[in-house]
Design a protein around this ligand. Structure first.
Ligand code: SF4
Length: 200
């Protein structure tokens, strides 16, 4: 049986335990930064996340069903957030046909303005990374991109759009290649949210 990883005694000699505990601390930092922004602007964290996601993803992803999967919450939770954001004037529903009940969501001009005020909530984390050696960043990114892919394969992360799971990705010896862009992908060029991603 694995040793309890949040027991500090088990972290002394086990680097993976320490990394997991560290990632948990970093996830708290994201929560804190998001809450600070949310409180200042009178929105909830999930409402901010939705606005930022809708700003940068294709319409096909901006549905209640996909957003619930993307953020690992229930459809009613997304529907509630959507209702509030519509009432605040930040988003609107787009119906593909006049008799359609399903809809996609797009930002209004006020919504775009709100995105510009919220989208850099994680800047303090990036600022710290800017002080890190390029070689360390490269290896950190390699670990993170692989971890996301593995967690998706295990069914823990429901949605991801990394090269490793993309139908255009090909392993050629030890190199990664994109058959859509027709180029080799260096480690730093592996994408974790690629607009052209298509699942294998
Ligand atoms: S299409 Fe995008 S996700 Fe797919 S392999 Fe190419 S760069 Fe990676």
């Amino acid at each position: 049986m694995n040793s309890p990883l949040f027991n500090p005694n088990n972290q002394v000699t086990d680097l993976s335990n320490k990394i997991v505990a560290g990632l948990e601390r970093i996830s708290e930092a994201f929560k804190v930064l998001l809450w600070e922004k949310a409180k200042a602007l009178g929105l909830s964290p999930i409402q901010i996340q939705l606005l930022i996601f809708i700003a940068y993803h294709k319409m096909a992803f901006c549905t209640v069903t996909h957003l619930a999967k993307e953020f690992n919450v229930t459809k009613p939770t997304i529907s509630d957030a959507v209702r509030v954001l519509i009432n605040k004037g930040f988003i609107e529903k787009i119906f593909p046909t006049s008799d359609s009940r399903s809809y996609t969501i797009q930002l209004t001009d006020e919504g775009k303005q709100m995105v510009s005020e919220t989208e850099n909530f994680a800047l303090p984390i990036k600022t710290q990374l800017n002080n890190t050696e390029a070689s360390d960043l490269n290896s950190l990114f390699k670990t993170i991109s692989n971890l996301i892919f593995q967690l998706n394969k295990n069914g823990i992360l429901t949605v991801q759009r990394t090269c490793y799971a993309c139908k255009f990705h090909q392993k050629i010896q030890d190199s990664d290649y994109c058959n859509l862009l027709e180029k080799e992908l260096l480690n730093s060029e592996i994408r974790i949210d690629c607009p052209e991603f298509e699942g294998k």
